[in-house]
Design a protein around this ligand. Sequence first.
Ligand code: AMP
Length: 191
Amino acid sequence: MTYKMVVLMGGQGVGKGTHARRLISQNGYKYVEAGAILRSLPSESPVAQIMARGELVPDEELFKIIGAAIQKVGNVDMIVDGFPRTIGQAQWLVKQYATRYDVRIIYLNVPEKIMLERIENRIREGGGRADDADAAVVRRRLDNFFKTTMPAIEWLKTAQGITFSDVDVSAFDFETNYAKVCDALKKAKVR
Ligand code: AMP
């Protein structure tokens, strides 16, 4: 049996975490969340300092950390959230896992304007994270998404051995967006 590796991609405020939590509660997927794993590292570590500036942690660090996390969850259906974020990471993921799992890339697609509105709401509502509090850091993370992660998404669209879905999740209502994600996951494995 081939287990599913559902990879949630998209900019900030698109609802990766919310979709992940609903998918987990409904399907019992295991959760590999890059940001949370990185945030659990000691605050004096170089990685924590890179994150505080809103910059991307080097690929080699991610390969070690994500590789170990995926190995730890093992042969089960899982959600990977926050990885890959660069072309190098995307290529590594396909090379390592496309033959071992049914890799489903779900690109949560939202226009930049809506992404910004959602982040602003998150900050206003007070539930925001430490690295959401500084507008310059938020801006840098958004720039990283367009400059570095979008090319990775473009590359994945035509990559062999995986299934790619571009899902428009710009509706105000979460349930509408979630239903589209579920439909994308029902698609037959295409490659
Ligand atoms: P997130 O919670 O996914 O927004 O991640 C928080 C921070 O962790 C990001 O702003 C980056 O500094 C770092 N980070 C998370 N995932 C990655 C990744 N795949 N590659 C590089 N840096 C990452």
